[in-house]
Design a protein around this ligand. Structure first.
Ligand code: PLP
Length: 374
């Protein structure tokens, strides 16, 4: 590599703007200043573009555009569903979840508990796959519960069989919410086939702008708006349209179609092989076949992970200790997998993207070897 290195392997936290998004911001962003709800021509044109984008996005996830509502991101979408008011209006008294959720879900669940909603954790195996038998037993004891599933884990990359789990939930009239924030672009997503009731997504995980995402709602009449005010989004999410964000989401989705997932997987697998040849006895966590092609979570014995993150950053390499929302704390998710606090405090997450190159992997391996293996 030439010049000052800048190696970004923290793509599950957020990723670089996609090419189409960057080009659009440079050349066309300034023209889309009107309010899409205004009845004059400029507003209506922008409103029509938003509806076109909505159709593209809906098609991408295999559903009808009337079931897609824009939000400020996955956190807001998740908050809309895992909200005391929503549960109350739908007569839901129990929420089934896991110990392995993103903090957007975990924080909501904590609040639900304070509102006297019963919270049950579904057991998981050592890789983080939910136990179907335990889920079946719990939905039988708690019919009409809300079940929230994490499609692909942001820290370990492990992918749940959402369709199989949803089938179990539906035998007892449960509603299913899918946190799909890490799935877009990396996995085929067909919400209709998965038969979920709600799903939450975010643009900045795939090269769109931060502060935009969407929620899929199978039965909009069941939905209780989190944000009220104006009549945008058919009254289900008030607030002036984030027109630039929506555009970026659509363009970023288009760009994901060019991602070379096999190349990303080869890069990740090559990285893991090389790290496993270090003198110190590293361990790849959750190296399950059903794992996102870009994610690697690795234990480095007796090394404080946050210090390694800083050392690597000084060399221009950006990785994380787990979820960005967790800060420097040992990962709650890894502890939910049964690892102790010390083990979790020595794990790093590397998350690759289509724009990463083999030379960057080589450079990072050299630096990592220098920091942890000499
Ligand atoms: N769920 C998962 C699995 C995530 O990885 C993230 C990203 O941090 C979120 C939810 C929250 O998404 P957003 O940043 O759009 O609020």
């Amino acid at each position: 590599m030439h010049g000052k290195p800048q190696v970004y392997f923290d793509n599950n936290a957020t990723t670089r703007l996609s090419r189409r998004v960057e080009a659009w911001l440079k050349h066309d962003f300034a023209d889309s200043y009107a309010n899409p709800s205004s009845i004059h021509l400029l507003g209506q044109e922008l409103g029509n573009e938003i509806e076109n984008d909505r159709r593209y996005i809906a098609d991408f996830v295999g559903v009808n555009s009337k079931n897609i509502f824009f939000t400020s991101g996955a956190t807001e979408a998740i908050n809309s569903i895992l909200h005391p008011l929503f549960l109350q209006e739908n007569g839901i008294e129990t929420v089934l979840t896991s110990q392995l959720e993103h903090s957007a879900v975990d924080g909501c669940v904590e609040r639900l508990r304070q509102h006297h909603i019963k919270v049950i954790y579904i057991n998981n195996d050592a890789d983080g796959l939910l136990c179907p038998e335990h889920l079946a037993a719990q939905v039988q004891s708690h019919p009409h519960a809300l079940v929230t599933l994490l499609g692909a884990n942001n820290e370990t990359g492990v992918i749940q069989d959402v369709a199989q789990l949803t089938t179990i939930c539906k035998t007892h009239d449960c509603l299913v919410h899918l946190d799909g924030a890490q799935m877009l672009g990396k996995l085929p997503v067909n919400l209709a086939a998965m038969n979920v009731d709600f799903a939450s997504f975010s643009a900045h995980k795939i090269g769109g702008l931060k502060g935009i995402g969407f929620i899929y709602v199978h039965e909009p009449s069941q939905f209780t708006p989190l944000i009220v005010g104006g009549g945008q989004e058919k009254g289900l999410r008030a607030g002036t349209y984030n027109a630039a964000g929506i555009r970026s989401l659509r363009l970023a989705l288009e760009d994901t179609r060019c991602w070379d997932l096999q190349k990303i997987k080869n890069m990740r697998d090559g990285f893991e092989d090389a790290v496993s040849n270090f003198k110190i006895k590293t361990q790849v966590n959750c190296q399950h076949p059903s794992r996102l092609c870009n994610t690697s979570n690795i234990y480095f014995p007796n090394l404080p992970a946050h210090a390694v993150v800083m050392e690597l950053a000084m060399r221009g390499i950006y990785v994380s200790v787990g979820s960005a929302c967790n800060g420097a704390e040992p990962s709650r998710v890894l502890m939910g997998l049964g690892f102790d606090r010390d083990y979790a405090a020595s794990c790093l997450r590397f998350s690759f993207a289509d724009f990463n190159r083999g030379a960057e992997v080589e450079y990072a391996l050299e630096a990592l070897h220098e920091v942890v293996d000499t």
